[in-house]
Design a binder for this molecule. Structure first.
Ligand SMILES: Nc1ncnc2c1ncn2[C@@H]1O[C@H](COP(=O)(O)OP(=O)(O)OP(=O)(O)O)[C@@H](O)[C@H]1O
Length: 878
């Protein structure tokens, strides 16, 4: 949609893609997004002078031939050079709508010099159009196009206006600097100093009844076009955004759905481009990175792009030449011209006008500061004696008042904190004593009864991470001697240790690598996350030590090591120990741990390194997910991915994330799918001793062909009824689908695994909720706790019991804890096993629109016929 630019956004059922011309002056294109047909086909060696995009495709204007070249997929616009192409025709500008592309031919000469030709290709549009008058620029909407005449600065539009009314609503007698078409509307910036925006068309028609009813019902929000002077404007499907002239800030208007990210505050942008439901802009700083807002796209992208098109003529007045150290344009005599800002933001005055090489400069007016920015700037700028003299008399009273208020505030806060801490310390001492007495009394006898030497484990966990000295841990692990070592990771060694009080722990010691920064980062990530997370199937952190260059983490000791050791170790007996019920139980428990990370931690945690060596087993083979060194706090909404460089382990790494750097919780789902295949087959994720070394490539075709027996681990006898394992294999093959969007979410995976486990154990359960975790899975962890509580209660020490109860309350601060309820009980949503077991997943995705989605759909029904692709995209995104 819109006009040709250095950045563009394609949309459609295969997902959005942002493309931009590289910032290095090479005129090459770089793209980012989930439509593989576009990202894979992005030409690596073709150079372009500008870009435009439609539904599922991108087109660029080739630098060499001045002809369009398109890539991606479209049923209407030919990929490559669109045809039919009039021989030797060259274009000044191209612009794409949903399913069409138009190109403005280079100016004609001679007696035709006052005629303009526009060639279009695609849906309902393939034709050469001739217009009287010179056209300066063209801009494409969903199913129409508009042009701006050079001489009288008036706008004309052509195409299908059934849904938009853009042709009949064109404002008369207005002169425009530039125009931008959106889905069903057009906006233009008026000539003159006020550079106001005027929009017309049905999608921004605020009087329409439909808009009013949707706004009233709270399904959509509508903002009105601002009166601010604008430098640039772009149109999305039902919204428009502009860059304000005085501060290069961004403002959007039109419709936006509740869940959409608002335009960023306090950023300055050079250029913007709109997709259908989101918009991106290039930051006006040295980074030249895009930032995005709206629905369904990351908020920042890791690729620097050019902020404007290279044009083969010098910049006119009102424009200045963009320079970023290196030359932004390859061809000599070409320049990127950026519009000069007009005016200055509040509290500022203009110190220099826009020149041919720089924008106008503004400076804070220190005598009328109100905002913090202004104060800090003026404070910094007081090297100038005169200013200083003027500044202090005016601002001194304000500053004195502020300092007095701050001192008062700090005193109140400190006093409250001191009272609170003293109160807490008193409680701590009490519970400490109580605990001691418990240890001497009933509790001690309980521990004796259970025969375990884990006296302070729960106490440690309640206090979250305890700080250990290096000396303590060195002593606990007998000087980190080799015999104490129980495992080794890429950046750490793990030792078994016994603390002074008898607690058996695992101590993870970072290997001193040259990349200390990375070590330290992983250490702090894990420390930070684990002190806040709390779930029966996540490995608990007991403490840490950070002394000099040493980084140590102290965990509960998992007596049975890792799942990897069991499945792939030398000891065959270990493998046989894990029968089918135990293996599926481990899968369910690990799934619950991950489900907690994705669905109950806020914001969600993406583990990024799910694999069998990170699934640890306690003395009863209950699973805990471990190793959070790579984890990231994900976006609250999994439809808006993070832009992250890939990290993880080969064989488990989500291919979509690996190739596109596009990270959501669905990347963990892929790794978990690999883990299930590993559990079923006993094969490693990558094992080159087999002809097909990649477990996914090997197992998925067999599962799809229904040959489950060929996949199952030959070490174990297959169960008599294969149904449960078949279902699990099907879940795995859905988890490892190439496209993240098509993989099930973790709660659906957990439900399916729980039901398969019940089936395997001879309790087919389809409707009734599954028993609480620990009952089905036999973990003693919570039984221990409840028996502890009841044993405390049975004593006369009621105060002790209360204290213990308080401890349980205290265990769940900002993170939700749900250690004992089956996921099928937790979830109110009508997730059925069919979601993952096969039949309804896709259908459900499509039909599961939220109320906002319904709102948009009805809006679309009202304002115009949506193509099947549009419908799909709407349904998918809302
Ligand atoms: N709490 C624990 N109790 C018992 N053994 C453990 C514990 N934590 C880790 N281990 C053992 O140490 C091994 C290494 O763990 P670590 O988390 O450092 O690395 P990794 O996940 O195997 O590898 P990488 O760090 O390269 O991803 C584990 O596979 C496991 O066998």
């Amino acid at each position: 949609l819109g006009s040709m630019s250095s950045i563009t956004i394609s949309y459609g059922e295969n997902g959005p893609v942002f493309c931009g011309m590289k910032s290095d002056g090479s005129h090459l294109v770089t793209c980012y997004g989930s439509n593989l047909a576009i990202t894979y086909a992005t030409p690596a060696h073709l150079t372009f002078s500008g870009l435009t995009a439609g539904n599922g495709f991108i087109c660029g204007l080739l630098m060499d031939s001045n002809q369009p070249y398109c890539w991606g997929s479209s049923g209407f616009v030919q990929i490559g050079v669109p045809q039919p192409m009039v021989k030797d025709s060259e274009y000044l500008e191209i612009s794409a709508g949903d399913h069409h592309l138009c190109g403005l031919r280079k100016s004609l000469t001679g007696k035709h010099r006052n005629t303009s030709l526009v060639d279009c290709w695609g849906y309902n549009m393939t034709k050469s159009y001739e217009f009287d008058g010179q056209i300066q620029s063209i801009s494409a909407g969903s199913e129409f196009n508009c042009g701006l005449f050079t001489q009288n600065r008036s706008v004309f539009c052509w195409g299908d206006e059934t849904g938009s009314g853009v042709i009949s609503l064109i404002p008369m007698g207005m002169r425009f600097q530039k125009i931008a078409a959106g889905g069903f509307h057009v906006c233009g910036i008026l000539e003159g100093v006020d550079s106001r925006v005027v929009c017309w068309g049905r999608s921004l028609d605020f009087d329409a009844e439909i808009s009013a009813s949707l706004v009233d019902s709270g399904l959509l929000n509508v903002d009105f076009a601002p009166n601010d002077p604008m430098l640039s404007v772009v149109g999305g499907r039902f919204h428009a955004c502009g860059i304000k002239s005085y501060d290069r800030g961004v403002v959007c208007w039109g419709y936006h759905v509740e869940r959409s990210t608002p335009p960023p505050n306090n950023v300055r942008l050079y250029e913007i481009a709109a997709g259908d439901y989101f918009t991106c802009g290039v930051l006006s700083d040295a980074s030249l990175l895009p930032v995005c807002w709206g629905v369904g796209f990351p908020s920042s992208l890791p690729l620097a792009v050019l902020p404007g098109i290279c044009k083969p003529k010098p910049c006119t007045s009102d424009f200045y030449e963009f320079k970023n150290g290196s030359a932004p344009c390859k061809s000599p005599g070409s320049h990127v011209c950026l519009a000069c800002s007009n005016g200055c933001p509040n509290e500022m005055y203009q110190v220099s006008a826009c020149t041919s090489t720089s924008d106008r400069q503004c400076r804070y007016n220190c005598s009328s500061c109100i905002s913090r920015d202004c104060f800090s700037n003026c404070y910094d700028a007081t090297g100038d004696g005169k200013k200083k003299g003027k500044f202090w008399p005016l601002q001194l009273p304000v500053i004195v008042a502020e300092i007095a208020f701050a001192v008062f505030l700090v005193s109140v806060v400190s006093l409250t904190s001191i009272i609170y801490v003293r109160y807490k310390l008193r409680n701590c001492r009490c519970s400490g004593r109580a605990f001691k007495s418990k240890k001497d009394g009933k509790i001690g006898s309980f521990q004796k009864e259970s025969g375990k030497i884990r006296p302070d484990l729960d106490e440690l966990k309640i206090r979250r991470a305890q700080m250990f000295t290096y000396e303590e841990l060195e002593r606990a692990t007998s000087g980190f001697k080799e015999e104490s070592q129980v495992g080794k990771g890429s950046f750490s060694c793990v030792f078994k240790g016994v603390l002074k009080d008898g607690t058996v722990v695992a101590v993870k010691r970072s290997i001193m690598s040259p990349d200390m920064k990375k070590n330290s980062k992983e250490f702090h990530t894990e420390l930070d996350l684990l002190t806040r997370l709390n779930h029966a199937h996540l490995l608990s952190l007991l403490g840490y030590c950070e002394e000099g260059g040493e980084r140590l983490l102290v965990y509960e000791f998992m007596a049975n090591g890792s799942l990897h050791q069991h499945l792939h170790g030398q000891n065959k007996a270990l493998k046989e120990q894990l029968d089918w019920v135990k293996r599926v139980t481990i899968a369910v428990q690990a799934a619950r741990g991950i489900e907690y990370l994705h669905g109950y931690a806020c914001p969600p945690v993406i583990h990024r390194d799910i694999k069998s060596s990170n699934i640890l087993l306690d003395e009863e083979h209950n699973a805990r997910v471990a190793d959070f060194g790579l984890s990231l706090l994900g976006p609250a909404n999994s439809s808006s991915p993070l832009a992250e460089l890939p990290a993880g382990t080969l064989g488990y790494l989500d291919p979509e994330y690996y190739r596109l750097h596009y990270l959501t919780t669905k990347s963990d789902i892929y790794s978990f799918g690999v883990l299930i295949l590993e559990i079923l087959s006993g094969r490693k994720a990558i094992d080159m001793q087999f002809e097909e070394g990649n477990i996914v490539e090997w197992a998925v075709p067999l599962i799809k062909a229904g040959d489950i027996l060929a996949v199952l681990d030959p070490v174990l006898k297959p169960p008599t009824d294969l149904e449960a394992l078949k279902r699990i294999a099907n879940v795995a093959s859905k988890c490892v689908r190439m496209r993240g969007k098509e993989r099930p979410s973790m709660d659906k995976v957990t439900t399916a695994l729980e039901r398969a486990l019940a089936l395997l154990m001879g309790r087919p359960s389809n409707e009734q909720p599954i028993l609480p975790t620990e009952v089905v899975l036999g973990s003693s962890r919570l039984h221990t706790k409840s028996s502890q509580i009841s044993s405390y209660r049975s004593t006369s020490e009621t105060d002790v019991a209360e204290n213990e109860d308080q401890k349980f309350e205290f265990r769940a601060p900002s993170w939700i804890t749900f250690p004992s309820v089956a996921s099928s009980q937790r979830r109110k949503s009508s997730v059925s096993e069919a979601d993952v077991d096969g039949k309804n997943l896709e259908a459900r995705n499509v039909g599961n629109g939220t109320s906002a989605g319904d709102g948009l759909r009805s809006l679309q029904e009202e304002i115009g016929p949506a193509s099947p692709q549009q419908n799909l995209f709407l349904q998918h995104n809302f």
